[in-house]
Ligand binder design. Structure first.
Ligand code: XMP
Length: 513
């Protein structure tokens, strides 16, 4: 099924993935292409509009990213953002100048006035805050353009040639700090490009299935299924596309949360595909015995995972395609669109080199995390799989502080399950970015009934964060902590004390190890 496409032409700005995300949020399909893409290839995509992104350069630099001015003769509407706006102005005969003094540079939240007669600002208030981040500024708009927004330092904060459908904004409408930013993008898409709003998850699913069938043909596909959101959704999508040509290998390393291995099996073993669960718990435990250094644990688990996966792959025989649940932020972070780079992205430390396959298939590589979750729902995956909070590849091994044993893992699984169950019951789970229990390496004295206990202390951790680079400890209600504490010490033998971690990141990290 075909749908309208908007091209986001990437000039290297830091918010480019956000632009693509916003466009899709508006119900319009878009694809990001590098500014070096041949013009003919862009044209062949038959876009209804093009967005030039921001970028770190100055248009006057010798090696500044440029675009063939032929793009302006297609009759396709263009929105330039920040550098993209300056480039458009520069190429169409305007004048961009480097700010001579600080007063002409703008960074951060900036009071801006808009001409609401301009299609871009239609229906918006006449003034608002925009997010600026520029050293250069547009001194003179090109012929045919009018200034349609201004700030104290920027008389041309937005420019428009409405007859040709060319718009430029000096600020970043895609970031949340710009008030009404998404409305501006929506105006560009619907009022200027006349988008039909034909991009839904159902369309995406249909198109993705058709594209996978065409690519894979009668070939064999192998996927390492971890039970995390991305690989689960990739598995479901591939299963719909090629059914039994797909084999999913789920390596159960015994470091999953309570019932998680069975949940993954229940969700996938019924689908029309080959599902293999490798119960490798003992192997991992043997290799982890006596190891208490966190990075060493990670390395052992990564290596062992690859070994198990390779053994299974060899058993299955020659595969044509290795599938991965790579999502768009992974692609961006890898800094390249090259499939081979993706290997290092795998949760548990890279994929095997000696599995013989022709090509990598990444059916989610254009999607963002929340879009992946929506696609998972669309494919009928259970909510507990698609709404899953992040879970580290090394699993509970890095939540048992110190050396890992089966007894400790079992204790932790019970305590963690109680915390998750009570958090969900209290309606706190959706507010929290990540929350879990960790088994400390500390034992302490307690009293239970008439007797003395000398048992482990479990630590509860709950954080809120947007990006996991920084995180705040979550102010969960005392009543919830109380219920969890009472249940854990009563229900989990071997634990007699419950602590709550009130350290943010930095200086702490989300995980204890
Ligand atoms: P930290 O502890 O670094 O965690 O603040 C940030 C996020 O990364 C997850 N995390 C990991 N994920 N393998 C993973 O796949 C790991 O070794 C690992 N260590 C931490 C953590 O759960 C949090 O979401």
């Amino acid at each position: 099924m075909s749908h309208q496409t908007v091209i986001v032409l990437d000039f290297g700005g830091q918010y480019n993935q956000l632009i693509a995300r916003r466009v899709r949020e508006c119900g319009v399909y878009c694809e990001v292409r590098p500014y070096t893409a041949p013009l003919a290839a862009l044209r062949a995509m038959n876009p209804i509009g093009i967005i030039f992104t921001g970028g770190p350069n100055s248009v006057y630099l010798e090696d500044a990213p440029k675009v063939d001015p032929g793009i302006f003769t297609w009759g396709v509407p263009i929105l330039g953002i920040c550098y993209g706006c300056q480039l458009m102005a520069h190429l169409l005969g305007g004048r961009v100048a480097a700010a001579q003094d600080d007063s002409a540079r703008e960074y951060g939240k900036t009071e801006t006035q808009f001409d609401t007669g301009c299609k871009l600002f239609q229906g918006l208030p006449g003034a608002g805050i925009t997010w600026m981040s520029h050293g250069d500024y547009m001194e003179r708009a090109p012929q045919g353009f009018a200034a349609t927004a201004r700030s104290a330092a920027c008389p041309n904060a937005a420019i428009a040639d409405e007859a040709r459908g060319f718009y430029g904004v000096q600020f970043h409408p895609e970031v949340n700090h710009t008030q009404g930013g998404t409305d501006m993008l929506r105006n560009f898409l619907y009022e200027v490009c006349h988008a039909a709003g034909d991009w839904t998850m159902e369309d995406y699913r249909r198109a993705a299935v058709a594209a996978l069938r065409e690519k894979i043909g009668g070939g064999k596909v192998l996927l390492a299924l971890s039970g995390g959101v991305d690989s689960s959704v990739a598995a479901a999508l591939l299963a719909e596309a090629v059914g039994e040509q797909l084999t999913c290998v789920f390596v159960d390393h015994g470091l999953m949360r309570k019932d998680e291995g069975d949940e993954v099996e229940a969700a996938f073993s019924r689908r029309a595909m080959n599902f293999i669960r490798v119960n490798a718990q003992d192997r991992f435990l043997i290799r982890l015995a006596g190891v208490d250094e966190p990075e060493r644990k990670r390395k052992i688990i990564g290596e062992e995972f690859i070994r198990v996966f390779e053994e299974e792959a060899r058993r299955i025989g020659a595969v044509d395609y290795l599938a991965q649940g790579t999502i768009y932020p992974d692609v961006i972070e890898s800094g390249a669109g090259d499939a081979a780079v993706i290997k290092s992205h795998h949760n548990v430390g890279g994929l095997p080199d000696c599995v013989d396959f022709k090509e990598i298939v990444e059916p989610l590589r254009l999607l963002f995390k929340d879009e992946v979750r929506d696609l998972g729902r669309e494919l009928g995956l259970p909510e507990y799989l698609v709404a899953r909070q992040p879970f580290p590849g090394p699993g509970l091994a890095i939540r048992v502080i110190g050396d890992v044993t089966k007894e400790k893992l079992d204790m932790l699984r019970e305590a963690d399950a109680i915390f998750r169950e009570e958090a969900a019951r209290a309606g706190e789970d959706r507010r929290l970015s990540q929350y879990f229990a960790a088994l400390t390496n500390m034992r302490s004295v307690g009293v239970m009934g008439d007797g003395r206990t000398y048992d482990y202390a479990v630590a509860l951790r709950a954080v809120t964060t947007d990006d996991f680079m920084t995180a705040d400890w979550a102010r969960v209600p005392y009543e919830l902590l109380d219920r969890v504490s009472v249940r854990i010490v009563n229900e989990v033998a071997g634990i007699n004390r419950v602590l709550y971690d009130i350290t943010s990141k930095p200086p702490g990290t989300v995980e204890f190890e």
